[in-house]
Write a protein that binds this ligand. Structure first.
Ligand code: G16
Length: 540
């Protein structure tokens, strides 16, 4: 008799064939990303991989999102989501990289983690698949499904969704809640009303949807923010081009609005292509006064720490995770908040998520606008028990108010991943409750000047970083150049290879009011990167 496992492996090898994507792909900051038309084979294999992951987790549904988020329209990507809605288990990342790149007998690679024959015969793997609005996404979804089904797994299609909606749906299924997008909106609406205590958010907002799926998804919360106008919807212009959260945050300038109407509002906000990031700003025509992810973290941490103190619960720990990009002034602000720990993590939500998981209330935001606040099971149950115990106690109204508020924050914030739409409601809800306007929010601290640049090099992997990307280990000449360029008082700078694009990112920070210095440092460091790491194209 034939060994079923060997048969399944050879069948799979012949389906997967030979690797033909042009370059070695890494499971990077947010999964695999590249030009969409180079990804077919990798995406098919991701379907197989996701089914295997679900199988080893005893048939719990795993998620696959087809998106390249903030990247240009011709790119696409794929990332895997664990059954509880978190990012793919980090032990599986190297396996994913090895499997996707194996040019010969790829099934052998997988068999290190799982017996392929078992997956195919048990037929219990379930994979929930979603996609963003890119024109290439439907084809890639079909390939994911083909990969899942090739080894007997079942696909649950949730169609066109934001990345956070996919994470939410996978987590909901795990918790035996309805795995659909209606449920997502219902939970948010209820929590928003609790948080605002049914008060109206008065300021007007123009929301830039980056010409992506977020501009459609926001319709689900229609009416919660009465003066909200959405611009840059799918089809208005190219995805993320000269608009969206990444553009506004990096360039510090307002988005292009692709329709001819003129818009004015108290506050502007930009989502990115798959709506997992949000930044807010005052738009003064040629520049912006930006509330980036650091400001979100500061406002949320201040609010949470105040309500924890007045809830009377002293046992819950609070941690805020930041990255190398976090502004020094934000770090100092957070350090001064009572009972709040600060931790630094490598760039990438997957690292921040891990860094705050040990806290009862874990707050993380990257300055690029990607973040959320996570409440542990323990935090929710302590708050819920106190809420039950105090129910109807008029003498403890302030305490009840704080407990109810914290529970609402934990429901409104996406508990799986950073979510631009949930974050918009969370920030508006907190501003409303605190009776704060946008300028008062910006006054929480004076941001230091910073500058971001990107440099193209032949091979970005020649750069090795240390200390959560805050210093360069290799090449030594680059390391020394950065130390020298950023040696002035109150300055710092670093470079790191991007995990989502084929570029090296450069960041420089200088004291308040020294914008020219920050820009000059970023330029000189970009030139060093170009000189020491094989720059491509025009020297910066
Ligand atoms: C992704 C990650 C973020 C990360 C960003 C940039 O964002 O989810 O955590 O900050 O890429 O990463 P890198 O600097 O390595 O290119 P998105 O919105 O594209 O999914």
């Amino acid at each position: 008799t034939k060994d079923p496992s060997a048969t399944a492996m050879s069948d799979l090898d012949s389906l997967l064939g030979h690797r033909h994507h042009p370059s070695y792909l890494h499971y990077g900051t947010a999964g695999f990303r590249a030009l969409a038309n180079t990804l077919y084979e990798a995406v098919l294999r991701c379907g197989v991989l996701a089914a295997c992951r679900s199988h080893v987790l005893n048939g719990k549904a795993v998620g696959v999102m087809v998106t390249a988020s903030h990247n240009p329209p011709d790119d696409n990507g794929v990332k895997l989501v664990e059954p509880d809605g978190s990012m793919l288990n980090s032990e599986w990342e190297p396996l994913a990289t090895e499997f996707i790149n194996a040019s010969d007998r790829p099934a052998q690679v997988l068999s290190k983690m799982v017996s392929i024959g078992d997956v195919a015969t048990a037929r219990k793997a379930v994979v929930v698949v979603g996609r963003d609005s890119r024109s290439s996404s439907s084809t890639l979804v079909d390939l994911v499904a083909q990969g899942v089904e090739a080894i007997g797994g079942r696909v649950v299609h949730i169609g066109l969704v934001t990345t956070p909606q996919l994470h939410f749906a996978v987590r909901a299924r795990y918790r035996q809640e309805p795995c659909n997008i209606l449920h997502y909106y219902e939970i948010m609406k209820k929590a928003y009303h609790k948080l605002t205590q049914n008060n109206r958010f008065r300021a007007s907002i123009v929301l830039d949807g980056a010409n992506g799926v977020g501009a459609d998804a926001i319709k689900g919360i229609k009416g919660l923010i009465p003066n909200l106008v959405v611009v840059n919807k799918p089809g208005d212009g190219p995805l993320n081009q000269d608009c969206g959260a990444d553009f506004v945050q990096k360039k510090r300038c307002p988005p292009v609005v692709y329709t001819s109407d003129k818009h004015q509002a108290d506050i502007w906000a930009s989502l990115d292509g798959d709506a997992d990031r949000l930044v807010m700003y005052r738009n003064n025509g040629d520049g912006v006064l930006l509330a980036d992810g650091d400001r979100f973290a500061a406002l949320v941490a201040k609010f949470v720490s105040k309500h924890l103190a007045s809830s009377g619960i002293s046992t819950l720990t609070v941690g805020v995770a930041q990255t190398a990009y976090s502004n020094g002034a934000a770090t100092e602000y957070l350090q001064a908040l009572p009972g709040v720990d600060i931790v630094i993590a490598k760039t990438g939500v997957k690292h921040l998520e891990k860094a705050v998981k040990k806290y009862d209330v874990g707050i993380y935001w990257e300055p690029n606008g990607h973040g959320t606040v996570l409440f542990s099971e323990n935090a929710v149950s302590e708050l819920q028990s106190l809420s039950d115990a105090l129910s109807g106690n008029a003498q403890k109204a302030a305490q009840v108010n704080s407990v109810t508020t914290l529970l609402a924050v934990g429901k409104l914030a996406n508990q799986a991943v950073g979510d631009g739409i949930a974050d918009l409601l969370l920030i508006c809800g907190i501003l409303c409750r605190e009776d704060m306007d946008f300028d008062a929010w910006l006054r929480l601290y004076d941001e230091r000047c910073s500058s971001n640049m990107v440099v193209k090099v032949q091979d970005k992997s020649v750069i090795e970083t240390a200390d959560c990307d805050r210093s360069v280990k290799e090449p030594i000449a680059l390391r020394e150049a950065i130390l020298e360029i950023a040696s002035a008082q109150g300055c710092r700078a670093f470079v790191r290879p991007s995990g989502t694009e084929d570029v090296v990112r450069v960041y420089a920070e200088a004291p308040v009011g020294k914008d020219d210095l920050a820009q000059d440092m970023a330029l000189r460091i970009s030139q060093s990167v170009f000189d020491h790491c094989g720059g491509v194209g025009a020297r910066p």
